[in-house]
Design a protein around this ligand. Structure first.
Ligand SMILES: Cc1cc2nc3c(=O)[nH]c(=O)nc-3n(C[C@H](O)[C@H](O)[C@H](O)COP(=O)(O)OP(=O)(O)OC[C@H]3O[C@@H](n4cnc5c(N)ncnc54)[C@H](O)[C@@H]3O)c2cc1C
Length: 431
């Protein structure tokens, strides 16, 4: 059967119709049409009107969508469409069509549920359907229309790929909320989600090396092996490998400050000496670096009203990335301890950001930063506190938040990124 515009009411305008057409895939629509013809013989225009009625006005296929579907059903032998009143064809279900309906799952009318008429929506838990809607809305309104940059596009694409991989069966190990009562009270059942990534080693070369500030060296890496690099969490880390003449290479942890567009950016807080610092100091375009990971990403649920990020120079890459990535409806406070005004950095993001800088001489002495944290007025609502610094300093800051302020433990993450007097001595989760 051919598309016959005379058999149908004039097509309606675009706008909402276009959205409705896209909201309904062809297989589902065809099945629904077959169901309707199975209920009673119908003309094409009746099917269009009926679909509009059943979806409470949310969906009406255009003739250009309906008639090819009728043709397909007819060519499969499921329906038969014949003229009964001159030019208008009436479609009836065939025996084969009935047998097909008996075996197939019934498709709900589009818009029968408020969230739309996708076939998968009838089969998945409402929570997942809502999450899909949230993803689509975020992409449509908050992201694609706003001219996102390569880094944000890379992060978003990696996040979606990781979600797909997780759903397809890769391990996902939600961090338990340690205080179920607090989690229940706030409606939060999973605060940090851990995503596993395939562990890959890569050899990259330096595209550029420059000092951001006198003691912060930014290295931009590139190379074909960056393909597929994925980092979902602002505080992810990768391993850097350095050949120093020992039996095994030395390994150090660094934060992917940014990635995408064929590059990976690392920021090195320069200190006296160490394999990583020495390498970064000497790095120049063409220098090589071997990296591994990230092995996993920890993603904090986007349920907090505010975020407090506290740290020293080694935490600035994660803090800067977080400030740039947080959405516009959050508040973020940063408290960073550096050696002087020349080491301060500026970050631009959508979230409302208030920066506090502390200048201190000894990065392993918590006194000044602790005093500044004590003086900090925190916003109302739910807040997530993230701390990374020299291990002793981070421990003192964590203790203050938990014991003096009574901040819920599951809304806080603290790490020792290095330990004074010891090489390669991180304490990633402080007790
Ligand atoms: C998850 C994670 C992410 C990290 N991300 C970054 C990052 O993005 N950028 C970054 O610069 N650092 C980062 N760090 C910290 C970095 O891994 C350590 O500072 C590391 O020890 C540096 O290695 P190195 O070879 O230069 O010095 P090492 O050989 O490890 O140490 C040599 C000596 O220097 C001291 N030392 C180490 N770091 C410092 C420092 N920052 N200031 C003063 N003394 C120090 C040690 O106590 C030791 O006495 C991160 C750490 C972790 C755990």
């Amino acid at each position: 059967m051919k598309h016959d515009p005379h058999n149908s009411p004039a097509p309606r305008g675009k706008g909402g119709r276009h959205r409705a057409r896209r909201a309904f895939d062809n297989g589902t629509l065809r099945q629904l049409i077959l169901q309707m013809i199975g209920e009673q013989p119908r003309h094409g225009y009746e099917i269009m009107a009926e679909l509009e009625t059943r979806s409470a006005g949310a969906y009406r296929p255009s003739p250009g969508v309906l008639y090819p579907n009728l043709s397909a059903l007819e060519s499969e032998g499921l329906i038969l469409c014949e003229p009964v009143d001159g030019r208008r064809k009436l479609c009836r279900i065939t025996d084969l069509g009935r047998r097909h309906l008996a075996l197939a799952e019934t498709v709900p009318a589009p818009g029968a549920d408020r969230r739309g008429g996708h076939r998968w929506k009838g089969r998945v838990p409402a929570e997942i359907a809502e999450a899909m809607d949230a993803l689509k809305a975020a992409l449509r309104r908050g992201f694609l229309d706003t001219g996102a940059g390569p880094s944000q596009i890379g992060t978003a694409a990696a996040a979606i790929r990781a979600a797909a991989a997780t759903i397809e069966g890769l391990e996902i190990s939600p961090a338990p909320a340690t205080d179920p009562a607090a989690a229940k009270e706030t409606g939060m059942t999973q605060i940090i989600t851990r995503h596993r990534h395939e562990l890959r080693r890569r050899e990259l070369s330096v595209r550029s090396a420059e000092n951001l500030t006198p003691n912060m060296r930014r290295i931009v890496l590139e190379g074909p092996e960056l393909e597929g690099f994925c980092s979902l969490g602002f505080d992810d880390h990768i391993k850097l490998f350095f050949e120093t003449g020992g039996a095994k290479p030395e390994m150090r942890d660094y934060t992917p400050r940014a990635f995408g567009d064929g590059t990976l950016v690392l920021d090195f807080a320069m200190h006296e000496a160490g394999p990583a610092t020495d390498w970064a100091r000497a790095a120049a375009p063409g220098s090589r670096l071997r990296i591994g990971g990230p092995k996993g990403s920890s993603v904090i649920a986007p349920v907090f009203d505010w975020h407090l990020l506290v740290g020293d120079e080694t935490a600035l890459p994660a803090i800067g990335r977080r400030v740039e990535e947080l959405p516009g409806d959050t508040e973020v406070l940063t408290l960073a301890a550096v050696s002087g005004a020349a080491e301060e950095q500026q970050w631009q993001g959508a979230a409302a950001h208030v920066a506090h800088w502390i200048h201190r001489a000894d990065p392993a002495d918590p006194a000044l930063v602790l005093e500044a944290l004590r003086a900090l007025q925190l916003p109302a609502g739910r807040g997530f506190v993230w701390i990374a610094a020299e291990a002793g300093v981070a421990r003192a800051l964590k203790r203050h938040m938990l014991e003096e302020r009574g901040h819920p433990g599951e809304w806080l993450k603290a790490s020792g990124y290095w330990t004074a007097g010891q090489s390669d001595a991180a304490e990633k989760s402080l007790d």
